[in-house]
Design a protein around this ligand. Structure first.
Ligand code: NOS
Length: 649
């Protein structure tokens, strides 16, 4: 270590001091003391790192896969075709992008990335935080709503008549299956009355009629960002009401609250397109298929169960919660049988579980009846119901503490009934962190701890509470991180600003989750919701690596609600899949990675370990040079530095 200045010795006389400085000063004699101290510091940080276990157990194969992944990630960062936004005196080409920058802007580039292909292929363990209604995108739901069998029943209402062009931007839309006998109206008429609470008024228009009228009357320029194949203009317009568009998220003047309002409108639009009998049934299987394609082996889904029924396809019957849960069990069994028959029982061996969700905005008596309904459902479906959660924006009321006595009573009742329904509250998904009040003492992070949450949704704000971090670790509470969701809901600007590296470095067990993928993709469907999250953390932090990926997936298994024997089985399946994944990385990308410029891994130090000139030139100059040449500039290499000069014509 460098000695601190002594406070004991008297100052030198002025003349002596000036004498000493007259020749300036020299660097210290070559000594390894400083560099040894630095190495020691790095070593101890490495040993304490959150993925140290996974790394120390890594096979040669896995280490080779890591080397390949790193080389490709760093080359993609520099590649102007993909990202290539490099630091220099020149303003970067407007076609380049920051790797790890804004998700929706980067998404077309991400889809071409080899790191993303690896993220898709990697086994991910369990998906623990995904809202039921928003798993699949509008592109999958809208064709079903327009099918001939639903044509006489699928209806839409808008929050005001569609008259002026601005109305098309302003209105919210809601779908519902409505019986034939209900009066149907015209959302495009001046007389349209949107009031849905008035029993004497019908605000419903047949969706097929709406699409026809839309075709005739809608303004030519709706300012849509995308028009996916197979959707008509009305469907494209509705789709952008459902998802968070780049404008909703990144547009000038957008805020946390505007993004949340767009999000809430989107979820209300999804609700009617998912929740009717035939689609509900189809949806369960389709969601499992999509998870299998994403290499997820088990999931805990979060449906909002405060609404007690969904309609039959003709709107005349209501299917209650028990019947809905039965549909889920039947479809899971069907899927498992198909996998069994196809000789792939390990692809989705544990089925699904359900976390009962209810809004945090409801009055206390309603919460009491919700908790009771959850208990009853658990008794009916003991293997299906696995947790209880409060949902909704945390910058709005109520804080969890508002219901504390009811929630404690719920836990006591569970004990008496000898059942376990752990809390898995959304907590800390906020920058204000004051439970929707002006008082930070209402932060939900306190209550999530005191009420013994098994896991918490998000935990983004936990870094503000070092003492809570320690307690969360002691109580083994895992975090369900959702980096893409947090960016789109304005908690951070992009993946590189997300606090996941710090939460992990603090020693918290974290899992990765897609939250509401159907609403967040902002581009055509590709069944890769969780893959984007794994991709985002890989490009969001230079310290992330393949061992970190593995650790995150293993935690998702260990912190799931599976029984102990199932967790053991899941870990064995995962280990086998992980090995196959590493083989795939090496055989698919090994040669390619070997042909790339080596990433600059030199340690920039003096006193013996000066980085070799060639490694700096390799790693820094060549990608920049490639980029500059593309921009029509000349490149000169001068010693260790790269000199870039404008060509003078
Ligand atoms: O990130 C989130 N934070 C809080 N609430 C959410 C989030 N995503 C979805 N929901 C809410 O959960 C309900 C049921 O699943 C959805 O209807 C949505 O309003």
């Amino acid at each position: 270590m460098v000695d601190p200045p002594s406070t004991q010795e008297p100052n030198l006389a002025q003349a002596q001091a000036q004498d000493l400085l007259s020749e300036g000063f020299r660097a210290a004699e070559t000594s390894t003391v400083y560099q040894d101290a630095r190495h020691g510091l790095l070593d101890s940080e490495q040993q304490l790192s959150w993925y140290a276990g996974a790394r120390s157990r890594a096979s040669q194969l896995e280490n080779r896969a890591q080397q390949i992944l790193l080389a490709i990630r760093e080359s993609e960062r520099d590649d102007p075709e993909l990202f290539g936004n490099m630091p220099s005196e020149l303003i970067p080409d407007s076609n380049t992008r920051d790797m790890g920058g804004r998700f929706l802007i980067n998404k077309p580039r991400i889809d071409q990335s080899k790191i993303f292909a690896m993220a898709q292929r990697m086994p991910k363990g369990c998906h623990l935080h995904i809202h039921f209604n928003c798993e699949l995108p509008p592109e999958e739901l809208l064709p079903r709503a327009a099918s001939s069998s639903m044509q006489p029943f699928m209806c839409i209402r808008t929050t005001k008549p569609l008259m002026r062009p601005q109305d098309y931007a302003d209105v919210e839309v809601v779908f519902s299956v409505i019986p034939k006998t209900t009066v149907k109206v015209d959302c495009f008429a001046t007389s349209y009355n949107p009031d849905f609470k008035d029993k004497n008024n019908s605000p419903w228009m047949l969706w097929s009629d709406f699409r026809q009228r839309f075709h005739e009357l809608a303004p030519a320029d709706l300012g849509l960002e995308e028009r996916p194949d197979g959707l008509d203009e009305a469907e494209c317009w509705v789709r952008e009401k459902m998802i968070l568009t780049a404008h909703d998220v990144y547009g000038e003047g957008q805020t946390v609250n505007s993004a949340w309002a767009c999000f809430n409108q989107g979820t209300r639009a999804f609700k009617g397109l998912v929740n009717y009998k035939s689609v509900y049934r189809w949806y369960v299987g389709a969601a499992i298929d999509s998870m299998i394609r994403d290499n997820v082996m088990y999931a805990e889904l979060r449906p909002m169960l405060m609404d007690k029924s969904i309609p039959s396809d003709d709107g005349t019957l209501q299917i209650d919660l028990n019947a809905q849960m039965k549909i889920i069990c039947e479809e899971v069994r069907k899927k498992q049988q198909q996998l069994q028959d196809a000789g792939k029982p390990d692809q989705f061996p544990f089925g699904l579980k359900i976390i009962y969700c209810t809004p945090r905005s409801i009055p206390r008596p309603k919460m009491q009846s919700e908790l009771l309904d959850c208990l009853k459902l658990k008794l009916e479906f003991p293997d299906l119901i696995c947790g209880f959660d409060l949902v909704g924006a945390e910058d709005r009321r109520n804080p969890i503490s508002f219901y504390a006595d009811l929630l404690v009573g719920f836990t006591e009742t569970c004990k008496k009934l000898k059942i376990s329904i752990p809390f898995m509250f959304h907590a800390g998904e906020t920058l204000l962190d004051a439970g929707g009040t002006a008082n930070p003492d209402n932060s939900n992070l306190y209550d999530a701890l005191l009420l013994n949450c098994k896991r918490i949704g998000h935990g983004y704000a936990l870094l503000k509470h070092p003492m809570l971090i320690e307690k969360y670790k002691q109580q083994n509470i895992a975090l369900e991180l959702c980096p893409v969701s947090n960016e789109l809901l304005h908690l951070c600007g992009n993946a590189r600003e997300h606090p996941f590296p710090a939460l992990l470095a603090a020693g918290l067990h974290c899992t990765l989750n897609a939250d509401n993928p159907g609403l967040y993709r902002g581009a055509t469907h590709d069944s890769s919701s969780l893959s984007y999250e794994f991709y985002q953390v890989m490009v969001g932090d230079t310290r992330m690596n393949i061992h970190g990926w593995k650790q995150l997936a293993e935690w998702s298994i260990q912190h799931s609600c599976l029984a102990e024997a199932e967790i053991d089985r899941a870990m064995n399946i995962f280990a086998k899949d992980w090995d196959a994944f590493c083989h795939w990385v090496v055989s698919t990308y090994g040669q390619y990675a070997d042909g790339l410029t080596k990433p600059d891994l030199s340690v920039a130090g003096t006193g013996g370990e000066r980085p070799s000139q060639s490694s700096q030139v390799d790693a820094l100059a060549i990608p920049q040079a490639r980029h500059r040449l593309a921009a029509g500039l000349s490149v000169g290499v001068n010693g260790c530095e790269v000199t870039l000069e404008r060509e003078i014509h």
